[in-house]
Design a protein around this ligand. Structure first.
Ligand code: ASP
Length: 302
């Protein structure tokens, strides 16, 4: 059994406000990422390769809030966060506040595999990227006209979701491979109009991203400050491992009891050791997809 699930952010606009044409674009973007990740698993490669491949596709797609098309800081720049975790030995790598790395998820993986560290931020992360011969791009590569309009709209005090289906965004993937290994990856531009230097939950291991063999792999999207405070992704795995909750119960408790009780909303995708995928959210919607070797293939928004 192998399985993969992806998300392209929670916080979708009301169904009526998303044109059929635009919805098709989002669905196509999700399908491309899902199928890319699935092909890696079907080819016998690792869940780590699969989640990285899926997230890379979403980073390159301007519709999603990661890489090209990332949400902008209040100064109009993109500052990107990403993390990846290998459930085999609880190895993890992450980067935060990078401004020139085309695919932050690849750098997060390189941090895991080639440095002695877990999390590198800002200039230090980019120095490492240079040493590792990563392609660096000018910051305006990430900025799209839509994200700029979204920033301006938010700065005028308008509701963000009138402009873009996802006010927050973020992309992520979780997977179980044929060898039974779990992995998770998350990448984001963070929240529109954030202060420069603000880091969300996505690159914080245990908050927005977590994977542990034998238990589950989790990737989060939503209002990051709450997910950090709730240590959301790790909490889900701990509830499964130590309290015997099903994955669905653990995800539900986190979103609809713990985070809701704190005033935070968003979504979680998770896959268990048995290949069961859970995708749940407390926002209006969550761009998401799942595919497994049992024949399931699903893309959904609401
Ligand atoms: N969780 C991300 C952050 O707070 C944003 C999102 O998922 O939409 O940076």
């Amino acid at each position: 059994m192998y399985a993969i699930a992806i998300h392209g952010g929670a916080g979708a606009m009301p169904r009526a406000a998303l044109s059929a044409e635009r919805e098709q674009l989002y669905r196509a973007g999700l399908a491309a990422a899902l199928d890319r990740g699935y092909a890696v698993l079907a080819g016998g490669d690792s869940s780590l390769d699969a989640v990285a491949a899926a997230v890379r596709v979403l980073e390159d797609d301007p519709l999603f809030n990661a890489g090209h098309g990332a949400a902008l800081t209040r100064d109009g720049a993109a500052e990107l966060d990403a993390a990846i975790m290998d459930g085999r030995q609880l190895r993890a790598g992450a980067v935060a506040s990078v401004r020139h790395v085309k695919n932050p998820i690849d750098l997060a993986r390189r941090v895991m595999e080639k440095s002695r560290h877990v999390l590198l931020v800002g200039a230090g992360a980019e120095e490492f990227a240079l040493e590792e011969q990563f392609t660096l791009v000018p910051n305006h590569y990430f900025r799209t006209a839509e994200r700029l309009a979204q920033l301006e709209s938010e700065q005028r005090g308008e509701r963000m979701s009138e402009l873009l289906p996802t006010s927050k965004g973020t992309v992520g993937a979780v997977a179980l491979d044929g060898a039974g290994n779990l992995a998770a990856a998350t990448s984001t531009g963070g929240m529109t109009n954030k202060r420069p230097g603000r880091v969300g939950d996505s690159p914080i291991i245990g908050a927005g991203t977590y994977a542990k063999n034998g238990v589950c792999a989790v990737s989060a999207t939503g209002h990051g400050e709450y997910f950090i405070r709730a240590v959301a992704a790790h909490h889900v795995c701990a509830a499964v491992q130590y309290r015997g909750l099903t994955l669905q119960q653990a995800v539900r408790e986190m979103l609809h009891e713990i985070l809701a009780g704190m005033g935070g909303d968003g979504g979680l995708i998770a896959v268990g050791q048995d290949g069961q995928v859970v995708m749940d959210f407390s926002s209006e919607g969550m761009f998401r997809g799942a595919r497994d070797s049992g024949g399931r293939r699903e893309i959904a928004i609401y």
